[in-house]
Ligand binder design. Structure first.
Ligand code: SF4
Length: 220
C-alpha cells in the first residue's frame, strides 16, 4: 500500500467514525496499565466491568494492589476471563512498581521512548502492546499499538504484509502514517474491525473503505 492509499483510508475512516473524547483526556498511567492487563483476551465491556469491580474494592494504586490478597483481586475481576492469571500479574506488577520505581510510572514522561518501552516490557504481564498503549495514550509517545483488530484489518487492507509479526505491523503502519495520526489510526482501525471488518464474517458490502480494499469479498 502506498502512502497515498493509506492517507485515503484514514480520510474515509475519519469521515465514518468518531474518535472518543476520552482519547485525549489526561490519564493515570498505572490505571491504564491495569486496564490493559485486564483487557487481554477479553471483550472491552468485560474489561470495563472488571475494572469497575476492582475500583470498588481497592484504590487503583500500586500500594493498595500490592497489599491486596490475590483471592480478593480474583473475586473483583472474575468477569475479565483468565482472572486467576491476571490477578497474580496485577499483584506482582504492583509490587515491582512499588519496589523498583517508588510506586510511580512517571518515568514514561522523562525517559527516552525506547528506554521507557523496554522498562515497561520488563514488568510481568506487560508485553509490547500494553507498553505501547500506555506510552501512546498517557504520554503521547510516537508508537502505534497493534491489537487484534489493528492486526487483522491492516493486513486485509494490505497496509502491511500478511505475514508481519507485531513489530512488523507496528513498523509498517508507523512508516505510512505520521506520528500525529498514530492515535486516530489505532482507534479508527479498531472501530472498522468491530463494525465491519469482523474476524469471521467481514461485512464488505457496507464497509466504507471497500473500494480501497484488496481483500473485499464482493458477495458480502
Ligand atoms: S472491504 Fe471487507 S475485508 Fe476490506 S476492510 Fe472492509 S470489511 Fe474488511
Amino acid at each position: 500500500m502506498t502512502e497515498h492509499g493509506a492517507t485515503k483510508i484514514l480520510h474515509v475512516l475519519r469521515n465514518n467514525f468518531s474518535i472518543p473524547q476520552w482519547a485525549d483526556a489526561p490519564k493515570d498511567v498505572f490505571q491504564v496499565l491495569i486496564m490493559t492487563v485486564l483487557s487481554q483476551a477479553t471483550a472491552d465491556r468485560n474489561m470495563e466491568r472488571a475494572f469497575r469491580g476492582l475500583s470498588k474494592r481497592f484504590p487503583i494504586t500500586p500500594k493498595s494492589l500490592a497489599d491486596a490478597r490475590v483471592e480478593e483481586i480474583e473475586v473483583a475481576i472474575r468477569v475479565a476471563g483468565l482472572y486467576r492469571n491476571k490477578s497474580k500479574v496485577i499483584k506482582e506488577v504492583s509490587r515491582l512498581i512499588l519496589e523498583k520505581f517508588g510506586g510511580s510510572l512517571d518515568f514514561i514522561y522523562s525517559l527516552p521512548f525506547e528506554e521507557s518501552r523496554k522498562t515497561l516490557i520488563s514488568l510481568p504481564g506487560v508485553g509490547p502492546k500494553t507498553a505501547d498503549v500506555v506510552l501512546l495514550f498517557c504520554a503521547g509517545k510516537p508508537t502505534l499499538p497493534v491489537d487484534t483488530h489493528v492486526n487483522r484489518v491492516s493486513k486485509r487492507l494490505r497496509l502491511v504484509s500478511p505475514n508481519a509479526d507485531y513489530e512488523g505491523v507496528r513498523g509498517a503502519l508507523q512508516s505510512v502514517y505520521s506520528p500525529k495520526d498514530y492515535l486516530p489510526v489505532h482507534l479508527l482501525l479498531i472501530s472498522l474491525g468491530r463494525r465491519y471488518c469482523k474476524a469471521r464474517n467481514p461485512l464488505c458490502k457496507p464497509c466504507p473503505v471497500n473500494t480501497l480494499c484488496p481483500s473485499r469479498q464482493v458477495e458480502k
